[in-house]
Design a binder for this molecule. Sequence first.
Ligand SMILES: [Zn+2]
Length: 93
Amino acid sequence: MKFPINSGCKECTAILRELREAAEVEGKALRSSGRDLAELRQEWIKTDEEGARALFALHYPRSLSARRRKTEHEVLTGHNVLTHGIRAAFGRR
Ligand SMILES: [Zn+2]
């Protein structure tokens, strides 16, 4: 599928920024929380799918909502947030 030339999308850019900020903020929060990341990873690996989802929602609520927003936008518009967002971020028209 070929994208139209002027495919930069503000919403895609916003979602991309939200994803990046969420990952940064929540990664920092987790590191400064004093939790043992290796232990957390083990917990993550051992748990089932539902448990993993609960763990993710507990530690990465912002990332989770950004991902939901991304999926919703992609379904509604047929955009690819990565492609459209990056294009818009670099001001390509
Ligand atoms: Zn878009």
